[in-house]
Design a binder for this molecule. Structure first.
Ligand code: TRH
Length: 388
């Protein structure tokens, strides 16, 4: 029997790092998954290798082109770069409406057949997304059409990034106390700290960290707050009485704060899996916390005129409309309570903690609901193949 070899599909992702780690975090996760689970030949164009190296220490920041996890990584530093149709991938993804080089677009328009061109958008729980997901946007001059692709929480969106093995790996890790202990020990967590209520903290500098620390200090049982280096440095430094460097820690009342090294991306999942409560932010850690099956509090990326409060409320409405303590806590963490509402963390924390089992159960139900939407990479490829 003669088996015809199907040519490998090629795909390029263009990623502009606006700030922090979420842009590259999402693109790198997507790139690896497309390569590993779908055998796509992926090239990831990224303009900031320093941010990339923080979440993936194997990245060489001096290299214009390198291959990691079988993905070709190219430094994107020149909008004037020249391209011919031979350089163009079968599927082209621009992340978050970043402007891909004009010559790349011109070369795309000269390809036969034309590549699929997608704009992968940011995540929001707002309803309008369902109406915009997969909408076409014809190029004003060239014979090309770009399509919008929205991640999301319903089956009328592209879903969320989710690796095929994630659930299996998480369950194996969470049911192996030795693996959890070894993992935490390697990050510097001491045996007595491991028995405390474990919280991981990842947030923007505006979060009311000092006020929450005060409430934890007078908690009825020990709390250990694990915070990666570089996160909430000023509040953490104030608590510690010294610069918040990896390895430093201090205890006051019931609270111990310990600064961890900023871990590589796969270890960040393990940190979420190992903790009893996770504070996450932005987009990617927010999604990972949802896959961790543990209670989490989201610090949303701040926008002008508090636009982010609308997005926060849209998510909370979907996620936990019936758990008042969780909603109040999340709103207060994001400074989104009505002005008349006084924020008293020493009251809010115990009432959140009293509902922790209910909140955990909700996070498990939510996860099951999300699974029904499939995973973003497979959904994206299915859509791209429809357009071919
Ligand atoms: O870092 P973020 O705030 O990123 C983004 C960007 O600011 C972006 O411009 C904006 O659009 C978006 O938020 C909403 O948060 P995020 O999205 O959670 O990304 C953090 C990444 O860093 C994620 O991939 C997990 C990873 N990470 C590690 O690998 N190790 C760590 O120790 C920590 C704390 C995070």
């Amino acid at each position: 029997m003669h088996l015809e070899k199907t040519p490998t599909t090629s795909l390029a992702i263009f990623c502009k790092v606006v700030d922090n780690y979420g842009d590259i975090g999402i693109c790198w996760r997507l790139a690896r998954q497309l390569e590993q689970e779908h055998q796509i030949a992926v090239t990831l164009w990224v303009d900031d290798l320093h941010s990339f190296q923080r979440i993936c220490p194997a990245v060489n920041i001096h290299c214009d082109e390198q291959r990691l996890a079988n993905v070709v990584i190219k430094r994107w530093h020149n909008q004037e770069a020249q391209f011919t149709p031979d350089d163009i991938a079968d599927i082209v993804i621009e992340f978050f409406a970043c402007d891909i080089p004009p010559a790349y677009i011109t070369a795309m328009s000269m390809c036969v057949p034309r590549p699929v061109w997608l704009n992968l958008e940011g995540l929001t729980a707002e309803e309008w997304v369902e109406g915009c997901h997969t909408l076409p946007s014809p190029h004003p001059r060239l014979p090309l059409t770009k399509h919008f692709f929205f991640p999301g929480f319903t089956n009328k969106t592209g879903g969320l990034l989710l690796e095929a093995e994630l659930e299996k790996n998480r369950k194996a890790f969470q049911s192996d106390p030795v693996a959890i202990r070894n993992f935490l020990a390697q990050l510097g967590v001491t045996p007595p700290e491991m028995t405390a209520f474990k919280v991981s903290l990842f947030c923007y500098p505006q979060a009311p960290v000092s006020a929450l620390f005060k409430a934890w200090e007078s908690s009825s049982s020990p709390v250990i707050c694990l915070v990666p280096e570089g996160v909430a440095s000023s509040a953490v430094g104030m608590f510690l009485g010294e610069e918040a460097l990896a390895g430093t820690s201090s205890t006051r009342g019931a609270l111990t704060v310990r600064v961890l090294p900023f871990v590589p991306q796969p270890d960040y999942d393990k940190l979420l899996w190992a903790c009893d409560l996770n504070f996450v932010r932005g987009e990617d850690s927010f999604v990972r916390a949802q896959w961790a099956g543990k209670p989490f509090i989201w610090h949303i990326y701040p926008q002008d005129e508090n636009l982010h409060h609308v997005k926060l409320k849209a998510f909370l409405q979907r996620y936990s409309p019936d758990i008042a303590s969780a909603i109040t806590f999340s709103l207060a963490w994001n400074n989104a309570l009505n002005h008349e509402d006084a924020v008293d963390w020493s009251l809010m924390w115990p009432s959140f903690l009293a509902d922790i089992q209910k909140i955990t159960n909700r996070s498990i139900d939510w996860q099951a609901q999300l699974h029904k939407n499939g995973d973003l990479s497979s959904n994206l490829l299915r859509f791209a193949r429809l357009l071919k």
